[in-house]
Design a protein around this ligand. Structure first.
Ligand code: PLP
Length: 465
């Protein structure tokens, strides 16, 4: 006996029937035949399941074809894609940290599509080193004797500890046993490098004598770690970079600092807290300093190591370096970004992260007003402006709130969460945040053209979803 759904199933078109469809034939110009067949199989299987389980009607062949074409289109779209950052968090680690300057992107693209002198010395015609392209520049910018670039700052710390302290001891203050981004934990990096961690002092106070008492025959390094993503306030004290360097040298030891973000310009004139720059940290006498390329520096992901020539030479001989090396595309973008710093004023204007952090309040207010004007008049949308705060993010300058003007949005009959989700599923996705039942757009992190994308995303919203 044949049930109703069995007869419906028999009426479902076959793959070969759908293959004769004109739209599918056209798709053949862009997609491999096998991909088209699997897309059709997938949509037929879904239809079959819906008939059997939910008693759904037999879909029209046209509808199946459209679904299959949508499947194929989704396959060609990259999973990693650009988003609009409306969160106001400048170094948003989840959103890829620093966007690059147009000049850095152009250099990267040029290097990507051609051969380069990555490991070829154009003067001698002999083999060169990928590490030489930015070494001189980094020395010039930071005042260090030597420099080396690896994949990221975590790799930089790993390489330094592995090279200089494997099988020996690294002394660190208990106030600086940092965890950054959930997976970079200083105690674990030290253990992974085959060194032993010796903790000294307390969470809030560590004194010179604490380090002195910990120094023994197995000590290799005294290490400072920048408390990038937290602050210890109240009764606190720590040993300064200069004092640590002096103490290490008095005992024939090496002093290093994981500086985290690594700023090459002082942003305090723009209302940010005074943080030691890389130059100042190097000048304090520390032997090696490590920092990230894609935090406040505003370049691509990279780990930069600057300091004493003999120590950098030892780092270069460590076989681990081969596994931590930077690729040519990021190297190209890094070099171009660093060259921008030869003129610090231009760097602040042209490197997107610096420009965003330095953006004056009146410019942000103007940008918010402009966006507000573009949005007013869209049906169902409630728009207003209010003062608020942006954040530096990326585990840099915690507890620093930068004043901004926010555009707040509501959608008639819908929750703020609905609006937030709808913006996030737009193309390109717009990532915002919610406060007090309203969606907030912070103009500080909008790049040129992003305001128009926010407008397009809101225009394209379907309130029936
Ligand atoms: C961010 C940070 C790191 C990790 O740097 P990556 O470049 O993300 O690997 C390590 N140490 C400190 C102090 C940091 O702030």
């Amino acid at each position: 006996m044949s049930t109703e759904w069995q007869s419906k199933l028999r009426r479902l078109p076959s793959v070969s029937a759908l293959l004769t469809d004109e739209a599918i034939a056209q798709a053949g110009e862009r997609h491999a035949h096998d991909r088209i067949v699997s897309a059709l199989q997938a949509v037929i299987a879904t239809a079959r399941e819906q008939i059997r389980r939910d008693g759904a009607e037999v879909p029209e062949p046209r509808a199946l074809v459209e679904l299959a074409i949508a499947h194929l289109a989704a396959d060609t779209r990259c999973h990693l894609r650009r988003v609009v950052n409306a969160t106001g968090v400048v170094l948003n680690t989840n959103l890829g940290r620093a966007p690059l300057a147009p000049e850095a992107i152009a250099t990267l693209a040029e290097t990507a599509g051609a051969y380069s002198n990555l490991e070829f010395d154009l003067e001698t015609g002999h083999r060169g080193s990928r590490y030489q392209h930015v070494e001189g520049l980094l020395c010039q910018l930071t005042g260090a004797e030597a420099a080396l670039v690896v994949n990221n700052n975590a790799a930089a710390v790993l390489l330094v500890v592995d090279t200089l302290a494997r099988g020996r001891e690294v002394v660190i203050s208990r106030g600086q046993l940092i965890e950054i981004g959930g997976s970079f934990r200083i105690p674990e990096v030290i253990t992974a490098s085959g060194a032993r961690l010796v903790e000294v002092g307390t969470t809030n106070k560590t004194h010179r004598q604490d380090y002195e008492r910990a120094i023994g025959p197995d000590t290799a390094l005294l290490m400072r770690c920048h408390t990038s993503n937290y602050r210890i306030v109240g009764f606190t004290s720590e040993v300064s970079p200069a004092e640590m360097a002096e103490l290490a040298h008095a005992h024939g030891l090496v002093a290093v600092e994981d500086l985290g973000s690594g700023m090459l310009v002082d942003l305090s004139p723009f209302g940010l807290p005074k943080e030691p720059t890389v130059q100042e940290t190097v000048a304090s006498g520390l032997d090696l300093v490590t920092f990230s390329g894609d935090k406040l520096l505003g370049g691509p992901q990279a780990g930069l190591i600057v300091g004493r020539k003999d120590l950098v030479a030892r780092l270069k001989r460590n076989p681990l370096l081969r596994a931590l090396r930077q690729d040519k595309l990021t190297l190209a973008a890094l070099e171009r970004t660093l060259r921008g710093y030869l003129d610090p004023e231009r760097a602040i204007a042209e490197i997107p992260t610096l420009a965003m952090l330095a953006r004056p309040a009146d410019q942000l207010a103007t940008a918010a007003e402009r966006l507000g004007t573009m949005l007013r008049g869209l049906p169902s949308l409630g728009v207003s402006l209010q003062p608020g705060h942006s954040q530096v993010g990326g585990g840099s300058l915690p507890a620093t709130d930068l004043p901004t003007t926010l555009v707040t949005l509501t959608w008639e009959g819908k929750s703020a969460q609905w609006l937030l989700d709808a913006l996030r599923t737009a193309d390109p996705p717009v990532v915002a945040r919610i406060e007090q039942d309203r969606v907030l757009i912070d103009p500080r992190t909008l790049l040129p053209g992003d305001a128009e994308q926010v407008v397009a995303a809101l225009e394209g919203l379907n309130p029936h979803d």
